[in-house]
Design a protein. Structure first.
Length: 319
């Protein structure tokens, strides 16, 4: 239920004025310890400049390296890591369209294809999905984590449940609350989110046990780096999963994977495959999810900066 709720919410929130993505890491001190369900990226002044460079995620290490569109920089000077890892970063950044290679006096060098805009992210909103508030799980702890860290401009809880005063009292006051109907796509704002301040230092909750809470202090610079990484990942990834390689698979008009046998949206990684009695191996539906995302969001599928660097077919079923 939660998976279908999440995809329906992403489809409803998608707009030519924003980028929507799912399942993004949102911890700084302990990467991987917190994953937000949905992220909304609102464009900043430099968004068009960023969109013109690459449709994929630009590797964070490439963005953070001392490489610009001016003089080429030796790879060994640009990346303070082992040669194998540096080569992988360069390969990914070249494939994305952000870096280009050249040799100068027999030395491998790179330069950026364009200036990386520092103001392309307007705001980031984290949305935690909990369709059934009767089964909250770790909801309260997750929302406390997000608010204490203050990595996002706003934090919102989305649910299909009727929201009571008791529910509101159990979550931080700054968290907004939406009641969302995945069948109709209608969304009611039960409580507006209070804006947070990502430019201030934050507190990352590491572990809560009894009367003791272990935390890590995160400075504003670390938060800014993480926000850029989240924005890059959101821009390159999106929210649409690839449909299953099954003869009964289809894609809804807004790009969600659907099973014609069960007549509903399905979770390709959790419900489909050899374990499904209706599964019939096939290439899957011929769906151009990249074109659909381009038409329905602020993301640009084939910017001038990518062009021939992209291999044919890479974006066919990409998220």
């Amino acid at each position: 239920m939660e998976y279908r709720f999440e995809l329906a919410l992403c489809a409803a929130l998608e707009s030519p004025d924003r980028v929507v993505a799912r399942q993004l890491g949102a911890a700084v001190a302990a990467p991987g310890s917190r994953v937000v369900d949905v992220c909304l990226l609102e464009p900043g002044p430099g968004f068009d400049e960023r969109a013109a460079v690459a449709s994929d995620t630009i590797p964070p290490a490439a963005v953070e390296a001392p490489v610009g569109p001016g003089t080429a920089v030796p790879v060994r000077d640009a990346f303070e890591t082992d040669p194998g890892r540096a080569a992988g970063i360069v390969d990914a950044a070249v494939e994305a369209g952000y870096l280009e290679r050249e040799r100068r006096d027999g030395v491998d060098c790179v330069r950026a294809t364009a200036r990386y805009p520092g103001d392309w992210v307007g705001s980031l909103t984290a949305v935690e999905n909990k369709p059934d508030l009767g089964r909250p799980g770790d909801l309260e702890a997750q929302l406390r984590f997000d608010v204490a860290l203050g990595l996002f401009d706003e934090v919102v809880l989305a649910t299909a449940s009727y929201v009571t005063r008791a529910h509101l009292n159990r979550i931080p006051d700054s968290v907004g609350v939406w009641r969302f109907d995945p069948e109709t796509g209608e969304r009611e704002v039960v409580r507006e989110a209070t804006p947070l301040d990502p430019t201030e230092p934050g507190v990352e909750i590491r572990e809560e046990r009894g009367l003791r809470t272990d935390v890590a202090l995160v400075d504003a610079a670390a938060k800014a780096r993480k926000r850029r990484r989240i924005a890059e990942r959101a821009y390159g990834k999106g929210w649409r999963p690839a449909p299953p390689a099954c003869a009964r698979a289809a894609v809804t008009a807004d790009g969600r994977p659907r099973c014609e046998h069960f007549d509903r949206v399905v979770h390709p990684g959790g419900e489909c495959g050899e374990g499904c009695p209706a599964f019939e191996a096939d290439e899957g539906p011929d769906a151009d999810l990249a074109a659909l995302r381009d038409a329905r969001s602020a993301w640009v599928a084939d910017p001038d900066g990518v062009g021939p660097r992209r291999q044919a077919g890479l974006g066919r079923f990409g998220e």
